[in-house]
Structures are given as structure tokens and as C-alpha cells.
Design a protein around this ligand. Structure first.
Ligand code: IPM
Ligand code: MG
Length: 356
């Protein structure tokens, strides 16, 4: 039995999740699988119902599942809560940490029929872009201690810390993935300034020499990487980087594809358990209007099939169905352009299901 914890969260989370579940239901029927979906509260809605953004029952639910499908959390309603009660800080980050989901995979791929939606000039993207980020997700400045505002409110500190083991395990994931792709890894750091980056570069280099010398490894400073991503994105294949650099660069890279509504992600550890979520947020301004783009969540569900359940052909079938819908000219409003057919969130889900 494939047990999935479904945490839809806030804003557009429930709408896009509903479409992903539709798609998974069809996959189950078509390929003869059983998925058991159990819903849990997370984020603002969890706070409203239980007083906590990540209630114990939700953690238990995830503990008892093989994978977690996550929608999105947060919204203006909860912005002024104390930090530990806020949806992002109080739910998303603790979930990642609790389940030791140290490897965040974020594929940035241009669908040929959407290349005009890119914010870059056509000549830079017309031959296709296929990058995957391996972002370290449970260390660095997000979690390092001390992390606090002084009692007098006049100073604050965050700590960026990394241990050899933390760097090594994410680097292994990136090198392994590169072996199945174009055998190229670009490791991004700030080794001209940060001690953690000097260590990062040393560990990655040693690992490369010892075990992955078949892979072409390059190093790039993060400021240069931010520039190179918009100057010539096709030079990248696998990008390996630490937590905060990966956060920033992956948002930047999403615009190469035209919409953050297309970007999926998987957060993994060393077994097959994983948490899968769209890279976009809860978009409270469009919540409840049935206009959100469900594709990022559906693609995340496809990643779940691939990484947690070894269902590679099922995952590919979902990805192909999405490509087909786009090729047929259907667009949600965020990727809409002249001459195409605008559809709602639920209609997009239906169209993908039809093509499965
Ligand atoms: C992301 C998000 C989160 C992060 C926020 C919501 C805490 O931006 O998943 O990229 O910074 O990791
Ligand atoms: Mg982010």
C-alpha cells in the first residue's frame, strides 16, 4: 500500500491539490495501484483549528505515510503571529527538519510550447533549458544556532553553519543524478567570503576526485551564478548549492520557464520517503477563484511516483499528458498568451486526466 499524507494547507493549496489527486486516482486505476490518501492540517488552517501551524497529529500522519504531498502555506491572515506560529517558519521548516529532508530537488525545464513565456529572450532559451537544482535543505543559515534578536531589540544574529557530513550527502545526490543526465555539476558557493563555502568547496572537490571523476565539476560564486542564469542558462545541468543560495537561485531560475506555476519540487532523504510540493506559495490574492495553475503540484505528484514509489513509467505518463495539454493550446491565466485557450484550475486538471 502506498500511503500518502495530503497536506493541502492555505490559499490556492487546496485547489491545486485537488487536481493532483484527480491525476493520481487515474494513475491508480490505469496502472493498477492503490494509493491511500489521508488529509492533515498544516499552516494557517492548522493554526486556526488547533492553535499550532504543525500539530502533532499531522506529524504522526506523515510518520505513518510513505510520502507527503504538500500544497502551500501562509497568507496575510497569519502574518502578524509570533514567528514560531507563522505557517512558513512554524510548519514548513520544522517538517523539513523533523523528517531530515536534506535534499531539495527543483527541476527547471522549459516546455517547448511555453518557451515564449520565458522572461528571457527567445535566442537564449529556444534550444531548451533543462536544469535541476540540488539544494541543501536542512542546514545552513536557515537552522544554525544562535539565531535570535537581542533582548534590547537592537541587534540580531543568524548563524550559517555546515558540517562535512551535511555537505557530502547532498553532493552525493547531485553527482548521482548527474550520472544519469549530462554528467555535469556546477557547485555554487561564496568561497571568496564565507568559511562554510571554503569547507563546501573542499568537500565537494575531494568527493569528486575520489568517487565521481567521470563527472565534469565546476565551481561558481553565487553572485556570478545569479548573473549566468540569466545570461546563458543553457550552460547549466545540475546545480549543487547550500540552503539559502538554492532558495534564491531557484526562484530566479523559475522565471526562465515563464511561470513559477510550473515548478515542482521534491524534498528527500536517504530512504524513499519524501515530501513533494510546488515551488510556488499560497497566492492568497487568487485563492478560491479556480484560476491557479495546478501543473507545479501535478508535476510534484509525478516526482512522488518516481522517487517514493519507483513508478517511473507512471511519472513519465503524467509529464507527457501535461506536455500534450500545453501543446494543444490550453493555458491557465499565468501562462496565457494570444491565440491560446484559457482554462480554469479544475479544467486544466480535467484536460490532463483526459490525456492519461
Ligand atoms: C521555498 C520557500 C521557503 C524557503 C519559505 C516559504 C520558508 O521560499 O521553499 O523556497 O525559504 O525555503
Ligand atoms: Mg523560496
Amino acid at each position: 500500500m502506498n500511503k500518502v499524507a495530503v497536506l493541502s494547507g492555505d490559499g490556492i493549496g487546496p485547489e491545486v491539490m485537488a487536481e493532483a489527486l484527480k491525476v493520481l486516482d487515474v494513475i491508480a486505476k490505469k496502472y493498477n495501484h492503490t494509493f491511500e490518501f489521508k488529509e492533515g492540517y498544516v499552516g494557517g488552517i492548522a493554526y486556526d483549528k488547533t492553535g499550532l501551524p504543525l500539530p502533532e497529529e499531522t506529524i504522526q500522519l506523515c510518520e505513518n505515510s510513505n510520502a507527503v504531498l504538500f500544497g502551500s502555506v501562509g497568507g496575510p491572515k497569519w502574518e502578524n503571529l509570533p514567528p514560531e506560529k507563522q505557517p512558513e517558519r512554524g510548519a514548513l521548516l520544522p517538517l523539513r527538519k523533523h523528517f531530515n529532508l536534506f535534499a531539495n530537488l527543483r527541476p527547471v525545464k522549459i516546455f517547448p510550447s511555453l518557451s515564449h513565456a520565458s522572461s528571457l529572450k527567445q535566442e537564449l532559451v529556444k534550444d531548451g533549458i533543462d536544469i535541476i537544482f540540488f539544494r541543501e535543505l536542512t542546514g545552513g543559515i536557515y537552522f544554525g544556532q544562535p539565531k535570535k534578536i537581542a533582548e534590547d531589540g537592537k541587534s540580531a544574529v543568524d548563524t550559517m553553519a555546515y558540517k562535512e557530513e551535511e555537505i557530502k550527502r547532498i553532493a552525493v545526490k547531485a553527482f548521482e543524478a548527474a550520472r544519469l543526465r549530462n554528467k555535469k555539476v556546477c557547485s555554487v558557493d561564496k568561497a571568496n567570503v564565507l568559511m562554510t563555502s571554503i569547507l563546501w568547496r573542499k568537500i565537494v572537490t575531494e568527493l569528486h576526485e575520489k568517487e565521481y571523476s567521470d563527472i565534469e565539476l565546476s565551481h561558481m560564486f553565487v553572485d556570478n551564478a545569479a548573473m549566468q542564469l540569466v545570461r546563458w542558462p543553457a550552460q547549466f545541468d545540475v546545480i549543487l548549492t547550500e540552503n539559502m543560495f538554492g532558495d534564491i537561485l531557484s526562484d530566479e531560475a523559475s522565471m526562465i520557464t515563464g511561470s513559477i506555476g510550473m515548478l515542482s519540487s521534491a524534498s528527500l532523504r536517504d530512504d524513499q520517503f519524501g515530501m513533494y510540493e510546488p515551488s510556488h506559495g499560497s497566492a492568497p490574492d487568487i485563492a478560491g477563484k479556480n484560476i491557479a495553475n495546478p501543473i507545479a503540484t501535478i508535476l510534484s505528484a509525478a516526482m512522488m511516483l518516481r522517487y517514493s514509489f519507483d513508478m517511473d513509467k507512471e511519472a513519465s505518463a503524467v509529464e507527457k499528458a501535461i506536455q500534450k495539454v500545453l501543446k494543444d493550446g490550453y493555458r491557465t491565466v499565468d501562462i496565457m498568451s494570444e491565440g491560446q485557450k484559457e482554462v480554469s484550475c479544475s479544467m486544466m486538471g480535467n484536460l490532463i486526466v483526459e490525456r492519461l
